[in-house]
Design a protein around this ligand. Structure first.
Ligand SMILES: Nc1nc2c(ncn2[C@@H]2O[C@H](COP(=O)(O)OP(=O)(O)OP(=O)(O)O)[C@@H](O)[C@H]2O)c(=O)[nH]1
Ligand SMILES: [Mg+2]
Length: 280
């Protein structure tokens, strides 16, 4: 492969879907007819289902998460010539997996690697809602913040500087009043632009781990990568292991992470060779 081909492949990779097709299939999401997968998460009662219904209309169906009694809704929409699959995740305050709902939301974002994760936040309770948003920014960089209930914030005399928020978080922030359909066109456009790579996110991450923690995370992350080649977010897994996350420790012991990394890596390999073939 010459340099130009290599460059083309690199730039193609920057904009191609990043989702883990094999793992999404395990979670019951078949990407056959879809270009991009978008996850919708947020604290309970922030308007996720209202946003979901507004974006997908009648193109949706509901069921349960595979093997779980937690209900899920997924649907689709078309924008800018691409088909988007939208998955409504259970409402959660955190991704640290103390409940089944949190575990489902976390696994979907962490291992399914949606092309875009939309975090719906309540503009009238920003401080509490940003906890989840910051956790999401730790594990994925393709995020759009949907700053919902703006009508309610205005009614309460609250002003939110969405530009400043966007600058501080390093990802786009779109103000909406989903119940009244306000801001949803911009939300669609922004989801499209992040999915296609037109907008590049630079998410705010914790920069200053102490030197000893930083060293421990790097060492453990490289062991995790050796044990589970191709696993996305090995650093985050290492951090959770050091924090004593029993669910992640169990997934490591039972080899569940191994299943995921193997299928994801195989999938990537197939996609890569197809791209190389197309270039030759
Ligand atoms: N005023 C106002 N109300 C809204 C807005 N968006 C949603 N709501 C209302 O907020 C309530 C909760 O909305 P849902 O869409 O069910 O919220 P959710 O996040 O899916 O809730 P859970 O699935 O229970 O976590 C409903 O009564 C909606 O009509 C908005 O922009 N403004
Ligand atoms: Mg809901």
């Amino acid at each position: 492969m010459n340099d130009i081909d290599k460059k083309n492949l690199d730039s193609a990779c920057e904009t191609c879907p990043v989702h883990q097709r094999a793992y999404l299939l395990k979670l019951g999401v078949d990407m056959e007819e879809w270009n991009y997968v978008v996850a919708l998460c947020g604290n309970p009662n922030t308007g996720k289902s209202t946003v979901f219904n507004a974006l997908t209309g009648l193109r949706q169906h509901t069921g349960n998460w595979p093997g779980k009694t937690v209900s899920r809704a997924e649907g689709g929409f078309e924008y800018g010539g691409s088909n988007f699959k939208l998955v409504d995740l259970p409402g959660t305050y955190s991704l640290l997996s103390t409940t089944l709902d949190e575990e489902i939301a976390r696994d979907f974002i962490l291992f399914g690697q949606p092309d875009v994760t939309v975090v719906v936040v309540d503009a009238t309770r920003l401080e509490r809602n940003l906890n989840l948003a910051l956790q999401v920014l730790e594990i994925t960089d393709r995020v759009v913040i949907c700053l919902n209930l703006m009508d309610e914030a205005r009614r309460q005399g609250l002003q939110v500087d969405e530009r400043r928020l966007s600058r501080d978080l390093g990802v786009p922030v779109v103000p909406t009043s989903a119940r009244y359909g306000e801001g949803l066109d911009t939300l669609l456009e922004t989801i499209h632009d992040v999915a296609s790579g037109t907008i590049q996110c630079k998410p705010h991450r914790i920069q200053h781990l102490s030197p000893s923690l930083s060293k421990a995370v790097s060492e453990l992350a490289s062991q995790v990568e050796t044990a589970f080649p191709g696993l996305p977010n090995a650093r985050w897994v290492a951090l959770r292991l050091l924090d004593g996350d029993s669910r992640i420790a169990e997934a490591v012991k039972l080899g569940e992470l191994g299943d995921l990394s193997k299928s994801a890596a195989e999938e990537n390999e197939v996609e890569r060779s197809m791209k190389l073939e197309a270039l030759s």
